[in-house]
Design a protein around this ligand. Structure first.
Ligand code: C5P
Length: 305
């Protein structure tokens, strides 16, 4: 079969509706009990053939990723596909980012998931989704969910996934910060803030899962929770004001997303989402406030030719 000459992929950001963080294990990772939801804030990746090598190009209009291309998770993902499928082909990855960089929404993981799917299609590697999921888990704790999409429970480091039944569509307002946060630093701060107590094994509340099943937006709003929030606010105290403003504008729930500093707000519906986004934009406390809906599918090929 002829190989495509271009593959266009989209991959979603994630929100942790619940993030319970347990003890730090010897492998340097914390035990998690989390509920992920993929939302319609999408990074776009186009993969084009190259003779050899993996080349990364950033679309200038998108968010810019600092650091060396070789360290980029999308580049590592392309290499992982090449190695697993024993191919020597090259690829040019053209990335256009919408997901805030180092914002706690798994933007780097979305790009890695996008590159796994794109290279698999471009090179005709034919790796089944189970093998892509294995490669994803080696690349980072959130990459398997970026492939999976929808709404899912995450256990262990976050890479062991079970789908969660939900009803209806949730409207989120995603408030990007002027600053970034390093995930390891936020986890280390969490450990410091909890140094005087033994952390219990985390568990997702059944009430949240029941509210998701019923499509009970207010119930979901009530049970949103993030154990890393206090650590993120410790490092970026101004986030507290932003969260309070969202509640003042009637958000059903407000929290720091993952390790932050992006904050997410659950709106009653699309119209309220717009009001909330406009309101938050005028506070001057965030760089942008955008509407996103969830759940949406994981990283997928949108077109190839
Ligand atoms: O898996 P990933 O490379 O995305 O994780 C980045 C960092 O986040 C880890 O090096 C670790 O410091 C922290 N982390 C953690 N526990 C987890 C997931 C991530 O401590 N379950």
């Amino acid at each position: 079969m002829a190989r495509p000459s271009a593959v266009y992929v989209e991959a979603p950001a994630k929100i942790n509706l619940y993030l319970g963080v347990g003890p730090l294990h010897d492998d340097g990772y914390h035990e998690l009990a989390t509920v992920f939801q993929a939302v319609s804030l999408l990074d776009q990746l186009t993969a084009l053939p190259e003779d050899s090598g993996v080349v990364l190009e950033m679309d200038e209009d998108g968010e810019q990723v600092p650091g060396r291309a070789a360290d980029n998770l999308a580049v590592k993902a392309a290499r992982a596909v090449r190695q697993r499928s024993k191919l020597t082909s090259g690829v040019r990855l053209v990335l256009s980012k919408s997901i805030p960089v180092a914002g706690g929404m798994a933007g780097g993981s979305a790009d890695a998931a996008a590159a796994l799917v794109a290279c698999n299609a471009l090179w005709g590697a034919g790796l089944p989704s189970s093998e892509l999921a294995e490669l994803a888990a080696d690349l980072g704790s959130d990459v398997p969910f970026s492939l999976h999409g929808g709404t899912a429970l995450g256990a262990s480091r976050g890479e062991v996934l079970t789908p969660v039944l939900t009803t209806g569509e949730f409207t989120w307002v995603v408030a990007a910060s002027f600053t970034t946060l390093s995930t390891p630093e936020v986890y280390a701060t969490y450990d410091r803030l909890n140094a005087d107590r033994e952390l219990p094994a985390p568990a997702v509340p059944k009430a949240l899962l029941a509210a998701l099943r019923r499509g009970d937006q207010a119930g979901v709003g009530q049970h949103l929770h993030n154990d890393l929030q206090a650590a993120a606010i410790h490092l970026r105290p101004e986030l507290d004001l932003l969260l309070e403003s969202g509640i003042d504008y009637g958000a059903l729930g407000a929290m720091v997303s993952g390790s932050g500093p992006t904050c997410v707000f659950l709106a009653r519906d699309a119209e309220h989402g717009l009001e909330l986004a406009v309101g938050l934009s005028t506070t001057g406390l965030c760089r942008s406030a955008r509407i996103a809906t969830g759940p949406v599918v994981g990283a997928r090929v949108v077109s190839e030719f």
